[in-house]
Design a protein around this ligand. Structure first.
Ligand code: 1HE
Length: 268
């Protein structure tokens, strides 16, 4: 696979982030290992810049972390001088950025290793697929720090692991290992140490090969349909399904299958 130069728009990213384009995949690396990829405002806003300035032709994103950990969560050093009103504003800023990631243009795959803690876990939860290396572990130490999740964790994490588990993690500081995270449905794939990024890229390439309109529907319609009342959900599904199949891309893909040019659905 050829390595292409960084896109010019990504040069505005802060030093705590680095981006790279590989064909139609964009890689975003949390690059602040000396602070365990703690998420300060500059980094969170940099994630927003990255997703809002994706160059044309990017079809999937892989987010990973430099060093021994994915992310130690919120940069706690920025917290001491924040009042209540600023705290609300700060949390709403994280919500906006993570929403732009989740409901952006293309699917995002998180590659997790080491600490995936607090806001780091909230970031991972906003992604569409999660790959864990065996070193990954998950915790919500907010309880012991005297704070509360603020990056959408109360909304996204219960949908992945349930309110009861999240309550335990927050009340007792319980940490889950990579295998437990995999078994409870927090992650989709579990791989050996050092194999996360290549797995993430492999998945991103598969995702990128889908019809863009189908990926859009999966990202934007599926989670909303799943949360709506069944009658509204069926109607929305019918509309999305009709829109997708009416697209030229669907017609040519179906023709390829019927004329035996398309790959079959095989077991992995
Ligand atoms: C940090 C942070 C941070 C490390 N903010 N500076 N998150 C937490 O409560 C997790 C806090 N961090 C840790 O528990 C540990 O750092 C780790 C288990 C992740 C890694 O341990 P270790 O031994 O590899 O590293 P370290 O020696 O603890 O940290 C290295 C440096 O990173 C050190 O700074 P230095 O200047 O002394 O070298 C640490 O202070 C710094 N560092 N983590 C700031 N989080 C939107 S709301 C979300 C709410 C939350 O995310 S709460 C959870 C916060």
């Amino acid at each position: 696979m050829t390595k292409e130069p960084k896109d010019i728009t990504w040069q505005r990213l802060p030093p705590s982030l680095s981006a790279e384009r590989r064909g139609d995949i964009a890689l975003l690396r949390l690059s602040r290992p000396e602070k365990r990829n703690a998420l300060d405002d500059t980094t969170v806003l940099g994630i927003e810049t990255f997703v809002m300035s994706l160059p044309a032709g990017i079809k999937a994103i892989v987010i990973h972390g430099a060093g021994e950990h994915f992310s130690a969560g919120l940069d706690l050093s920025e917290l001491s001088h924040r009042g209540v009103a600023e705290g609300v504003e700060h949390s709403r800023m994280w919500h906006r950025v993570f929403d732009r990631l989740q409901f952006g243009k293309v699917p995002v795959i998180a590659v997790l290793h080491g600490a995936v803690v607090g806001g780091g876990l909230e970031l991972a939860a906003a992604c569409h697929l999660r790959v864990a290396e065996r070193s990954a572990y998950y915790a919500l130490p907010e309880g012991s720090r005297g704070i509360y999740v603020g990056g959408g964790g109360s909304v996204r994490l219960p949908r992945l692991i349930g309110v009861a588990r999240m309550m335990d993690m927050m009340l007792t500081g319980r940490t889950y290992g990579a295998e437990e995270g995999q078994n409870m449905g927090l992650t989709h794939y579990l791989v050996e140490a050092g194999a996360g990024l290549s797995k993430g890229i492999e998945l991103a390439e598969r995702v990128a090969a889908n019809a863009p309109l189908t990926n859009f529907a999966i990202m934007h319609a599926l989670p909303r349909i799943a949360e709506s009342d069944p009658a509204g959900g069926y109607l929305m599904e019918a509309l999305v399904s009709a829109i997708a199949q009416g697209d030229e891309e669907a017609k040519s893909r179906l023709k390829d299958f019927l004329e035996k040019r398309a790959p079959k659905t095989l077991r992995n």
